[in-house]
Design a protein around this ligand. Structure first.
Ligand SMILES: Nc1ncnc2c1ncn2[C@@H]1O[C@H](COP(=O)(O)OP(=O)(O)OP(=O)(O)O)[C@@H](O)[C@H]1O
Length: 257
């Protein structure tokens, strides 16, 4: 059983300066409950790949299935929630109002919305903050609210495009722990874009290393770490060895040369 199956996915953008090969022959299978991180330098196609899974871009070659459907059909079936780099909350709506908006658009009843909002606020530890406005919350809390919004449909898949990139390291640590906790509680399949080696190693069951020009996968590393991961696991030899493998993978692709 696979949740996401990419087979030789390519995407070439035609630009005024000529074609840009954002993805070239990307093949990957993601199983239910996997936490898969995509890591690589700017321009290696991480965001583009996540966007093709979410049917926000259309591949120019290869095949891609999400829950056994085309990405478009999966989007219509509300197969996933998507978290963007910036929280993107509407300042004139409360936190509960922001989470409610997509549910309102989809025609969920008022009582169903209220139940869902309470459940997802609890999942991201923001119970009691529903009536606040985004500007009344810290950056980390706003990003948690945007995760809550993505969870409101209760889709089995969560796609996250570098959600914690703009946050300081202490807040990021806390959100990493909170995300692992949420993942363990819900059993969701998570696709996560990051630039950070420790973040990728700490969170993932599989780490996909990508390289640019053309954007492609250079290594897929299966993590031997247990699913229960206190932050201190980052000081263990197993963690450090895994980080080293990722770094080598990045170097192989000449990524940071
Ligand atoms: N709509 C577009 N039109 C033209 N080129 C694009 C478009 N979207 C992305 N690209 C190009 O495709 C390549 C891959 O971009 P992408 O944003 O997926 O990389 P990334 O690995 O996510 O980078 P970053 O880490 O900076 O977010 C880049 O060269 C980018 O300039």
């Amino acid at each position: 059983m696979t949740v996401i199956e990419a087979c030789d996915v390519s995407l070439t953008f035609q630009t005024a300066d000529g074609p840009v090969h954002a993805l070239k022959d990307v093949s990957l299978t993601i199983a239910p409950g996997d936490f898969v991180s995509f890591i690589g330098p700017s321009g290696c196609g991480k965001t583009t790949f996540l966007r093709t899974i979410a049917a926000l871009e259309t591949p120019t070659g290869g095949t891609l299935a999400v829950n056994g459907m085309t990405p478009e059909a999966a989007r219509k079936a509300r197969a996933y929630g998507y978290v963007f780099q910036a929280p993107g909350l509407y300042p004139w709506r409360t936190i509960a109002g922001n989470i409610s908006l997509p549910l309102e658009i989809m025609g969920f009843s008022r009582s169903d919305r209220a139940q869902r909002i309470a459940r997802v606020l609890d999942l991201v530890d923001l119970t009691g903050f529903g009536s606040k406005y985004p500007w009344q919350l810290s950056g980390g809390m706003q990003q948690r609210a945007s995760i809550a919004r993505a969870l409101a449909f209760d889709a089995d898949i969560l796609l996250m495009d570098e959600p914690f990139g703009a946050l300081d390291e202490i807040v990021r640590d806390r959100l990493n722990e909170a995300l692992l906790d949420l993942w363990k509680k819900t059993g969701k399949t998570i696709g996560f874009v990051t630039h950070s080696i420790p973040e990728a190693v700490y969170l993932s069951t599989r780490i996909v290393v990508m390289s640019p020009r053309p954007g492609r996968i250079t290594r897929v590393i299966d993590s031997p770490l247990p699913r229960d991961r206190p932050l201190e696991i980052r000081d263990t030899p197993e963690f450090i060895a895994l980080a080293q493998q990722v770094r080598e993978g990045l170097r192989e692709g000449h990524s940071y040369d």
